[in-house]
Write a protein that binds this ligand. Structure first.
Ligand code: PMH
Length: 368
């Protein structure tokens, strides 16, 4: 359900210019001049599906990747005509809808092709998915792949557009398993009876750090949003800039006496007289309960979140009296300081992807 709370001062701010610059910069560094498909699944990693897709297309990407047919249909409804690939498994009964909307689907097994036998469609573009070691979806055996190719060749309802795989460890310093997957993919796809327009393997990490020569398309996700796919494990080879910040405002301030308790469970007790502010954002917005104790920025000052994060509100300790309406930055720059998405991810013991994807549609997305 998508009903942002716009009469509340909490919002996500998206700098589309940074996304555009990141794409241009990454494109500039491509060694094989691959086509870029921007990965805009999950509401463009929470940045806004349609807005990011338009910005990415303006920056020269060739196509878009989504996770579900619905995400693809939303893009078509927004008059986006570029190629779209659905990366996940789509029920074969929707093959006619996908074909009619010129949406490319993933073929993850020979069996899926059989399921389409009774469906009435024409000109469905497909990409065969090879499971080279991710263990998620895809064909693992050369025999099954050859049979799938055979069906695709004979059945004129299909347009064989691509063949691809996905790496499980391209973001790790040790490249042993990456090489194993790459070799496996090359081996299984050697001398196929179909000449696919696109052979693609690269996610952001592969694009940034690995040699994937021999392929002609990349699926660019997290790096386009300016975040390091490895977290902090591998340094970025060139600069990319985050586009995402999370802002709110103080809506309530009080000076509390020593020993005053704050929040559910009364887990925080003010050791001395303190200024405590309430900020209207909580775990229902995706600002997780485990962010208790993490810091937000007020007027360039780091202020700890005290007491438990509630569903819609949280409390912070101020360095002094600030008035309601004062800006609170939960992610991003404020004054001379910055709370990075990576810092939040490290605190929450997760990855930067999850911090942003968790932020719910109750938070309006505002574009710069
Ligand atoms: N291709 C596929 C098949 C993917 O699943 C993803 C991201 C990408 C490309 C882009 O990866 P990047 O953002 O690292 O560039 N998929 C996921 C996922 O399923 N969980 O986290 C990222």
């Amino acid at each position: 359900m998508d009903f942002p709370s716009i009469h509340r001062p909490s919002y996500v701010e998206i700098n589309l210019n940074n996304i555009k610059k990141n794409i241009k910069n990454i494109q500039h560094h491509l060694k094989n001049n691959e086509d870029i498909f921007a990965v805009v699944k999950a509401d463009a990693y929470s940045h806004g599906l349609v807005e990011v897709s338009r910005a990415a297309i303006e920056s020269g990407v060739t196509g878009l990747c989504v996770a579900t047919l619905d995400e693809a249909l939303t893009l078509r409804e927004a008059s986006i005509i570029e190629p779209i690939l659905v990366l996940g498994v789509t029920d074969a009964k929707y093959a006619p809808l996908a074909a009619q909307q010129n949406i490319s689907l993933t073929v993850a097994s020979k069996g899926w092709l059989a399921f389409t036998q009774n469906e009435n469609f024409d000109g469905l573009k497909v990409h065969i998915k090879i499971d080279s070691g991710m263990g998620r979806i895809g064909i693992t055996k050369r025999e099954e792949l050859l049979e799938a190719c055979d069906i695709l060749k004979k059945d004129s309802r299909f347009i064989s557009e691509g063949i691809f795989t996905h790496f499980a460890t391209a973001d790790e310093p040790d490249d042993t398993y990456f090489q194993y997957q790459l070799d496996t993919f090359k081996k299984i796809t050697k001398d196929l009876p179909i000449n696919f327009k696109y052979k693609h393997v690269a996610n952001s990490a592969t694009t940034l750090w690995r040699d994937d020569s021999g392929f002609n398309m990349i699926r660019l996700g997290i790096a386009m949003y300016g975040l390091n796919p490895s977290g902090t494990a591998i340094d970025l080879p060139y600069e990319i800039k985050p586009a995402f910040s999370l802002q709110s405002e103080i809506v309530f301030v009080k000076k509390v006496k020593p020993k005053t308790k704050i929040g559910y469970g009364a887990t925080y007790e003010a050791p001395e007289e303190e200024w405590i502010a309430t900020v209207p954002i909580g775990y229902a917005d995706g600002w997780l309960r485990r962010m208790q104790g993490f810091e937000v920025l007020v007027d360039g000052n780091r202020c700890p979140i005290v007491g438990r994060v509630c569903m819609d509100q949280l409390m912070i300790k101020l360095p002094g009296p600030y008035v309601p309406g004062t800006k609170v930055t939960l992610l991003g720059q404020n004054g001379d300081d910055e709370v990075s998405i990576q810092e939040a991810a490290d605190y929450a013991d997760t990855i930067n992807y999850e911090i942003i994807c968790s932020l719910s549609s109750r938070l309006p997305r505002i574009y710069k």
